[in-house]
Write a protein that binds this ligand. Structure first.
Ligand code: 6PG
Length: 241
């Protein structure tokens, strides 16, 4: 069973709070079964939701939550461009999660392909099968990209690998990303989209047309999971910002 919902909020502040609540609810639901797995998005939009979770849900059973990333820029973990650093500063340093439960994508190998293979091996050890994240967070690029899967990329056709090294059209170019088989195997996928500059990509992603590699977001169709679009009016209507 899969279903999609679109939830619209007046401001980015309201959006961040609502998306934070939705993500926390997904974690709570999984923790009721004893453990939760969370894959975080990078970029800037999710930061508000992460801060909301840290502020209001530090009391969750974080020792039973395993945290991963949906993608990473191939930079040092202390770089201002690091998705790991953004999540640490906004969420993970503010909740009592044991370090062993935090699994950043490695960015220290000379070859990103080796790092992708290493993360895949980690996922195998943690899941033992195709990873099924209880909660998987995504942002939306202005070009419709998700994680580090960009329009027209060969990586969008990947059906076997779980993690790939990819190339972004802008700096930082070298990336690591989960692939669509993993993303679409999630129990709940949460897009967080804010701002008028995302209006075009959001419109294309929500259009009831055949999914297309030209708009990677349109390829996010959880096989047996929920897809929630947390958006603000600026992104949906293309005004303000
Ligand atoms: C990244 C993200 C990427 C992001 C979009 C939107 O590494 O940059 O994972 O997929 O979600 O580019 O980024 P903003 O939220 O900064 O607009």
């Amino acid at each position: 069973m899969s279903f999609t919902e679109l939830l619209v909020h007046g401001s980015v502040q309201e959006l961040s709070a609502a998306a934070g609540e939705g993500i926390a609810e997904g974690l709570r639901r999984a923790l009721a079964g004893g453990a939760a797995t969370l894959a975080l998005a990078g970029g800037s939009t999710p930061a508000g939701a992460y801060r909301h979770i840290a502020r209001h849900y530090a009391g969750l059973a974080w020792e039973d939550v395993a945290v991963f990333w949906g993608d990473e820029r191939y930079v040092a973990h202390d770089s201002s461009q690091s998705n790991y650093r953004m999540a640490r500063e906004t969420l993970l340093d503010r909740v009592p999660i044991p370090a062993v439960r935090v699994h950043p994508m490695p960015t220290d190998a000379p070859d990103p392909d080796d790092a992708a293979g290493a993360y895949e091996e980690l996922l195998w050890r943690e899941f033992g099968e195709l990873p099924r994240f209880d909660v998987l967070v995504l942002g939306l690029g202005q070009d419709g990209h998700i994680a580090s899967l960009f329009p027209g990329a060969d990586a969008l056709q990947e059906s076997l690998r779980w993690v790939l090294a990819t190339e972004a059209p802008s700096d930082p170019r070298r990336r690591l990303t989960l692939t669509l088989p993993v993303i679409n195997n999630a129990r709940s996928v949460h897009f967080i989209v804010s701002g008028a500059r995302k209006h075009g990509a959001l419109t294309r992603a929500l259009a009831d047309r055949a999914p297309s590699p030209d708009c990677p977001a349109s390829l996010v169709r959880p096989r047996e999971g929920t897809l929630t679009w947390w958006v603000d009016e600026a992104a949906l209507c293309g005004r303000g910002d």
